[in-house]
Structure formats: C-alpha cells, structure tokens
Design a protein around this ligand. Structure first.
Ligand SMILES: Cc1cc2nc3c(=O)[nH]c(=O)nc-3n(C[C@H](O)[C@H](O)[C@H](O)COP(=O)(O)OP(=O)(O)OC[C@H]3O[C@@H](n4cnc5c(N)ncnc54)[C@H](O)[C@@H]3O)c2cc1C
Length: 562
C-alpha cells in the first residue's frame, strides 16, 4: 500500500485546526505549522458569536444559510464549547420598520428560526434592554469559545496521527520545477510540554500539498509562493465589560454600522465592533474613539452599560476576501463568505491551495470543502466525518452532570469546570485533593490549572486560554501569582518568574485601553499589590544579586528592622 499523501497546513486558527482534523480523520498524513500558539491570529481575537446567520440575512444570504447550517452542527459536535444564549435583533424607535421586516423575511428565507417579540416580551427575556426598544426578533444565536474549539480540533487531529507544530513560522514556500514541494519553517522557543522543533533552527518540510489557512496573513504566504491573494484585512475593536450585563446576544436591527452587538461570554460581555480596512494584520492603530463608540452606541440598547465598568479592549483583523474585479470601496460591503483558491488552476502553481474569508462559525464547513478538494487530488475516497463525530470533551453531557453531583462542588465552579472540561471533568477534578479555587472571578480550581499546565508547560498564557483563569473581573490581580505558584517546584524560580511576567504583561496589554474611572483605580490597586507583595517593580529573581555585598548595618529603630 502507498504511504498516504503528506499535507502541510499553515495556520493554527479555527480554519487550520479544523482542516488538520478533517484531513487526518480521512487518513492523510498531516503536519500543521503555526507561527505563534494555537489561536494566535484572529481566532483568538473575536466576539465568540456562534452566528445564527441573522446578521447576514439581508445583505449576504449565502453566508446566512451557511451560518445556520453550521450553528446546528456545532451545537451537536462541540457542545462543550457552545453556550446556548439565543439572540435578539432589537429595534429602537429611530430604526425603520422596513428594515425590521426585511430582516424577518431574510431570516425566514434562509431557514433561520425567527420569532417576533414585542418590546415588553423582549424586556421580559432581557430586563436591561432600553425601555423604548419597540420590537425584537428572536434567533438562535449562541456564544462559542474559540480557544477550547481549536484545542479540541488540534487534539483530535493528533489522535488521528497529525503533527501539530506551534511556534513554527513558514519563512518560505519551496517550489521546484513549477510545483510547490514543501515549506521552510523557523522554529522559535515554544513553551509547552509538547515536543517542538529546537528554537532558532530551520526545518525543511516536504509536502505533497500545502494548504494556506493563514487568514488575514494569506496574502503574505501567497507572496512567498509568488501568487497574488487579494485579502482585505479589516480591523474591529471589542470591549470587555465587567459583568454579564445581558444573557442573550443583543444585536441592533439596522442595516449596518459600527457598535451594534453585545455577546455575553462566560462572566463578561463583549461589545463590538468597528470595521476598518488595514494594510498590515499585525500593525494597525488601536484608537480610543473606537472604544468610546462601543459604550455610546450600545448603551442606547442596554442603558446600564453607560455606568458599567470596562475591563479591557482588544482588536482583531477579519480575513476578508473578494475577487479583485468586485472592488468594494467599503469593507462592510465585502462578503463574509469563504473562497477556495486552487493555485493550480488559478495561477498555474500546482501543490498549494488557499482558503480565505469566512467566519469562525463556518470553520468546519470550510475545512470540509478544502479536505474534499485535497482528497480528490490524491484519489482518497473517504467521507468527511466532522459533522457527526463529536470533538473530544463533547461526547456525553451526562458525564458532566454526574461529575458535578459526585464532586459536590458548588455551582458555578462545578458547572463552569464541567463546561470547560467536558467529558474529562471527572478525571481532571479528581486529580487534586484538596482542590481550592485559584481564580475566583472565573471559578477555576487548582486541578484545572495543573491539568492545563501539564499540557502547556510554563506558558501561563496558554493555561489562561485553556481555563480562563485571570480573564475575569480582577484581570489577574489576585490569581496570576497563584497560577505561577503551581509551576513550582517542577520549574525553577527564574522560569516561574518569567512565566508570571509574561502573564502579567499580556493582561496589561488589553487593560491599558480601559483606564478610566473605577477601572483605573483597580489597575492602580493591582499594580501596587503586585509591586509590593511580589516585588514586580524591582524583582531580583533571575538577576545575579551578590547578597554578600550588602552591609545590613545597624537596624534603624524606626521601622523595626523590616
Ligand atoms: C472583530 C472581529 C469579530 C469577529 N467576530 C466573530 C464572531 O463573533 N463569530 C464568528 O463566527 N466570526 C467572527 N469573526 C471572524 C473570525 O474570527 C475569523 O473569520 C476566524 O477566526 C478566522 O480564522 P482563521 O483560522 O481563518 O484565521 P486566524 O485565526 O487568523 O489563523 C491564521 C493563523 O495563521 C498563522 N500564520 C500566519 N502566517 C503564518 C506563517 N507564515 N507561518 C505559520 N503560521 C502563520 C497566524 O499566526 C494565525 O494564527 C470576527 C472577526 C473579527 C476581526
């Protein structure tokens, strides 16, 4: 029997991890390479809305139909990543009846279940809606956790034999005799307990086929292969609020515009967004007016947002694509649909295919489409199984409920742990006794932190993404050091200290965009706590301190020698 074709998938976002899983399940030999950690790109910087399709029901019905189709599939196969919140399209007095009716007709034409609610009925469901909201359309929007989703895809791809290589940047697409034959990858030091290439080394990886799943970076990978890929990256801001002011996804029912959605997520709410074309997916201005706009506009839908506390803001870049002949001037007019670019037929360059555009909600469908294409090239007759086979952790809800009862852990700790861990709940929570809660804002216990660290090594930001520890209200003020302590004594003091610094710096990156009012006081308190109790302002750990050179001298009488 011939060896299976070897496919290199570039990009560790939802699209790339979904493709790696699908191809590996169909028996191909797969290597996924990602320049950062999984979800390093747009997938780790989005609202977390599992679209019902309602947002596109007027302007982009093809995308709307794909969204509702995949919405149902993901509730099934990735139930531990999805929270069934439901969604509302709410109409304010100044929004037109015509558009409301168009939205309703669009939902119905795309088979999106849509129920009209009066203002009172909508407020019964979502009490903080503005008193002058006239009407609303209820749709099956939901919240989805992109981090757990990608990890689950990657883990399952590995189970099916794939090699997942993070911190490995493709620096060249190798072409021989007019055909792509592989990639050159530079390995960086990758934290984590998985085996990585050695930091600083380059590796040539031969491939029978290369799949470009680099999202907003697809044009850059195209440049390495000498082909034009007309990605139109567009940035959007997201502002995180201190609590869950709404329990349902709230969308504004108007044609288009910035600041028209609120997504409840775990213990917080995410407000979004803007849509502005940028030239560089990694270097673009993060502007204060964008954050102000979120509060000003969205408090017209949910007035309590005006006085609520903002805990951080972050930006993501959409990997939008449209064929060059379309030439939309306004990025909000660019389709949210996805495109498969077969470089053999398109650019006379066999051996490489790109997938561009799309949404996280449609990642599985995008992966299926490209896996079909690759399998066809290599004559592999294997059906796609990703719409039927649950992702790891999602197999059996009863396992989660049983575990909650058996451990006698109080809700919401048990409920939230079991949502995160899925069918692994029992095994993980029983691995630690006693099992105190280390992060009270997000209800994350020691067992979960240790489990995540066993998979992520000293990368506390990866532990954070797996567990949500340090992502809540206090933004790590009271738990960063507890998370770091869990690395000791398996890792030495300077290593633990570096891990803590990286975690604290990453938290600060988003927080600095929300420094006013109470949040400013909280940030000042956090800084003071960490500076004074952990020496974060002048930490001698890791530096060569010649303690012998210190002359203690006589103890001053005033401070008791402390
Ligand atoms: C503001 C905003 C809000 C959004 N909200 C939603 C939402 O609520 N629901 C929804 O469904 N969708 C949403 N989206 C869209 C969705 O987030 C994206 O479509 C999706 O995450 C893209 O995933 P991807 O895997 O294609 O790209 P990415 O997640 O960007 O993955 C590409 C990866 O390729 C890697 N890479 C790049 N170059 C190289 C290289 N040379 N070598 C190795 N690796 C490389 C990058 O590091 C990156 O991790 C939103 C997008 C934005 C910007």
């Amino acid at each position: 029997m011939n060896a299976p074709a070897h496919v290199v998938v570039v990009g560790g976002g939802s699209t790339g991890t979904g493709i790696a899983r699908d191809l590996a399940m169909r028996g191909l030999d797969v290597t996924l390479v990602e320049k950062g950690n999984l979800t390093h790109g747009t997938t780790g910087r989005m609202h977390g809305l599992l679209h019902s399709g309602g947002r596109y029901a007027v302007s982009d019905r093809k995308s709307a139909r794909e969204c509702i189709e995949e919405n149902y599939v993901l509730r099934d196969v990735a139930s531990h990543c999805v929270e069934e919140t439901g969604g509302l399209f709410v109409k304010r007095p100044e929004d037109t009846d015509e558009y409301f009716e168009e939205k309703l007709a669009g939902c119905r034409a795309c088979d999106i279940p849509a129920e009209v609610l009066s203002g009172e009925e909508a407020r019964d469901l979502e009490p903080h809606l503005a008193p002058d909201v006239d009407r609303a359309i209820h749709v099956p929007d939901a919240a989805i956790d992109p981090f757990r989703l990608c990890v689950a895809n990657a883990v399952d791809a590995e189970r099916h034999g794939a090699r997942i290589e993070t911190h490995a940047e493709v620096t060249d697409v190798r072409i021989e005799a007019g055909e792509v034959v592989g990639v050159t990858v530079r390995h960086e030091s990758g934290p984590g307990s998985r085996t990585h290439g050695k930091a600083g080394e380059t590796e040539r990886i031969d491939a029978d086929h290369v799949v470009n799943a680099t999202g907003a970076w697809a044009g850059r990978l195209g440049d390495l292969a000498g082909v034009d890929i007309e990605v139109r990256p567009s940035k959007g801001v997201m502002t995180v609020m201190n609590t869950r002011q709404v329990d349902t996804v709230v969308n504004r029912c108007r044609p288009k515009g910035d600041a028209d959605i609120i997504v409840p997520h775990e213990t917080a709410c995410i407000l979004g967004t803007t849509d502005e074309e940028v030239t560089d997916p990694e270097d673009y201005p993060e502007e204060g007016w964008e954050v102000d706009l979120m509060i000003d506009e969205l408090s017209k839908l949910v007035p309590i947002l005006e006085d609520a506390r903002t805990i951080r803001s972050f930006w993501g870049v959409r990997p939008l694509y449209e064929p060059p002949e379309v030439g939309s001037a306004d990025p909000t007019d660019i389709t949210r649909d996805f495109f498969l670019l077969d470089h053999d037929g398109r650019d006379d360059l066999p051996g490489m295919t790109s997938i561009v555009g799309g949404k996280l909600t449609t990642y599985r469908m995008m992966a299926e489409r490209i896996a079909d294409h690759v399998c066809e090239r290599f004559g592999v007759r294997a059906d796609c199984r990703t719409a039927d086979e649950p992702l790891p952790g999602s197999e059996d809800h009863e396992v989660l409920d049983d575990a909650m009862r058996r451990f006698g852990l109080r809700s919401p700790v048990a409920r939230r742990s079991s949502q995160r861990l899925g069918s692994r709940t029992e095994a993980v929570l029983s691995s630690c006794d006693p099992n105190p809660v280390l992060c009270s804002c997000e209800a994350v216990s020691r067992a979960e932190v240790r489990d995540a660290a066993a998979q992520s090594g000293t990368d506390l930001n990866a532990v954070r993404l797996r567990t949500r520890a340090s992502m809540g209200n206090c933004q790590g003020a009271f738990c960063c050091h507890r998370m770091a302590s869990e690395l000791y004594p398996a890792h030495d003091e300077p290593t633990v200290d570096d891990a803590l610094s990286e975690l604290v710096e990453e938290r600060w990156k988003g927080e600095r965009h929300a420094l006013w009012g109470e949040q400013l006081s909280q940030a000042a308190l956090k800084y003071t706590l960490q500076a004074t109790t952990m020496n974060r302002d002048a930490d001698p750990v890791g530096t060569d301190v010649a303690w012998g050179d210190f002359d203690a001298g006589e103890r001053p009488a005033t401070d008791g020698g402390r």
